[in-house]
Design a protein. Structure first.
Length: 496
């Protein structure tokens, strides 16, 4: 396994293909420092005694101990550990731990490449190639990002119906030694600080859309790949240092006729499996949210409780109701993920067929529980912000800048007037409200809310997954039995 320093050294060697605000930047540009430190926490974690066993796993390929973020889940215990690792590390950095896209993509592609080879009766070697790639990924402890979301152009048109066919990434040429792809993936988190980019389809695909059914991996600085980066940092602190300063990046990744050798192609033309690949990455990713979103809920609950305490309103009934709401959202999200882990199996739900065995035996979380948890916590994002706003009052939105707070002329006056609670040192109140403002009133907070709401798919996508996969007919039959319309069928009482 690598250290954080080795990871950063690796980034420094990558070709300059990052564009920010009209300039090309290095991987270790100052503006990426906090994002790199946040990712770095995933390397530090493997030697943290408190997290022992959580952040490492045994590779099913080599038998070696590897970073869990590079692991293919072999059983339900692995799923539980991924969820708990995610919650623990998101608590550590106070927000997103960033490395889940890679683990979620490798788990999806692992299953899909296996099934596509089966379909092709041995004429393709996607899975063998994927395992060879994965072995290198695990051994070198690489960071993966996942490029799923396409530009999508005209929203109500399928890929094949678009005016511009490049609105979904697709294969433009098949050669003897590889494929050429064109398109643009957007909002791709941490691609600018990753070693590898895994590409998977966005959506279900028809037989006329085979060129869009493509999954592959390329180095993040691969020839022809351009990243247009947006950086999300909190306002810098000089005087009032925080426990951890996290930072984030997202990229538009433009694939400008990029050549990908066959040994890095894991799916090419199998449209049914392309759709399943899209679904599976989303499923694994929604399961990851059952770790990260509860951790963010932990932070938000702490913010709400301390804001109420500092404002002297902790014992009011409306604050109690809001604290209960934070706890319900947080822990129901966690419980749904826990159940999705516990019911994990090597199978996927295919509409019209139900659950079917899928993949080489690796463990896939239960789709209904992963989706209901993600949907619940995603839809709550702006309600949570509203509750924080309610409890805080307007204070964080116009809070003085730190240089004013330490200005010799202003300091005694501001410390006098910013003191809302004589029972708490005013300096602690100041640090608290600055942190509160970070999470609620900054550009970064706005981006976080969008990510928390849309990441893993908009709520509508989760609603589609839930309603198309849930056994609603069983519930109709239950009512018909209770109403005396039908005889009770076997399995009705115990099926989920
Ligand atoms: C901060 C952040 C980080 C992200 N990180 C990643 C990442 O690392 N990797 C990745 O692949 N993706 C990532 N995403 C993308 C995320 O998965 C998408 O934002 C999400 O799937 C929604 O897609 P969209 O943004 O294109 O919105 P749209 O799909 O355009 O949604 C906009 C609205 O249009 C509606 N709509 C869209 N299509 C249809 C239709 N056919 N019929 C009816 N209504 C429709 C939607 O329901 C919604 O109401 C990230 C997003 C954010 C905000």
């Amino acid at each position: 396994m690598r250290t954080k320093e080795q990871y950063i050294d690796g980034l420094r060697k990558l070709r300059r293909n990052l564009y920010l605000d009209g300039n090309k930047i290095d991987r270790d540009d100052e503006c990426q420092r906090h994002a790199i430190n946040t990712m770095g926490a995933t390397f530090d974690a493997v030697t943290d005694p408190e997290l022992e066993g959580l952040c490492t796993a045994t590779s099913h390929i080599t038998g070696e101990t590897i970073n869990r973020f590079c692991h293919v889940h072999q059983n339900t215990d692995d799923l539980h550990k991924k969820q708990n690792m995610t919650r623990a590390l998101c608590r550590k950095v106070g927000f997103c731990i960033q490395r889940c896209m890679g683990i979620d993509a490798i788990n999806a592609v692992n299953a899909v490449s296996f099934e596509a080879d089966k379909l092709n009766g041995g004429s393709t070697e996607y899975h063998k190639n994927f395992l060879a790639w994965l072995k290198n990924f695990q051994t070198n402890d690489l960071v993966g990002s996942c490029a799923q979301t396409d530009m999508k152009g005209e929203r109500l048109k399928r890929p094949a119906q678009q005016t511009d066919p490049d609105m979904y990434l697709h294969v433009v040429e098949k050669k003897s030694d590889g494929i050429v792809v064109r398109g643009c993936k957007l909002h791709i988190s941490e691609a600018s600080i990753a070693d590898e980019i895994m590409v998977v389809p966005t959506r279900a695909l028809g037989p006329d859309e085979k060129e869009y059914a493509v999954a592959f991996a390329v180095p993040a600085d691969h020839e022809g790949v351009k990243q247009v980066v947006s950086i999300h940092n909190f306002r810098d602190r000089t005087h009032f240092k925080k426990g951890f300063t996290s930072g984030y990046t997202d990229s538009y990744i433009i694939f400008d006729d990029v050549f990908v050798p066959w040994n890095r192609v894991f799916l090419c033309g199998e449209n049914d499996h392309g759709g399943i690949c899209a679904l599976l990455f989303a499923l694994f990713h929604r399961h990851s949210y059952s770790g990260c979103k509860p951790a963010i809920g932990d932070v938000l609950t702490g913010l709400a409780s301390l804001a109420a305490r500092h404002n002297g309103i902790k014992r009011t009934s409306h604050v109690r109701a809001m604290l209960a709401e934070f706890i319900k959202i947080t822990e129901l999200g966690y419980a749904a993920g826990y159940t999705a882990s516990a019911f994990g199996k090597p199978e996927v739900y295919i509409p019209g067929m139900g659950p079917i065995p899928y993949g080489p035996g690796s463990c896939i979380p239960h789709s209904i529980y992963a989706n209901v948890g993600r949907c619940l916590t995603g839809e709550a994002v702006f309600e949570e912000q509203e509750m924080l706003c309610n409890i805080a009052g307007g204070f964080p939105s116009t809070f003085p800048h730190e240089a004013d707070i330490v200005h010799p002329e202003l300091q005694p006056l501001l410390e006098k007037y910013l003191n809302r609670n004589p029972g708490v040192p005013v300096i602690d109140q100041i640090k608290f409200w600055m942190f509160f403002a970070d999470y609620t009133c900054t550009g970064m907070a706005g981006t976080m809310n969008y990510g928390n709401y849309h990441g893993g798919g908009s709520p509508i996508m989760e609603e589609i997954a839930i309603t198309s996969q849930y056994d609603i007919k069983l519930r109709e039959h239950l009512v018909n039995y209770l109403a005396g319309i039908e005889e009770l069928k076997p399995g009705t009482l115990t099926s989920l």
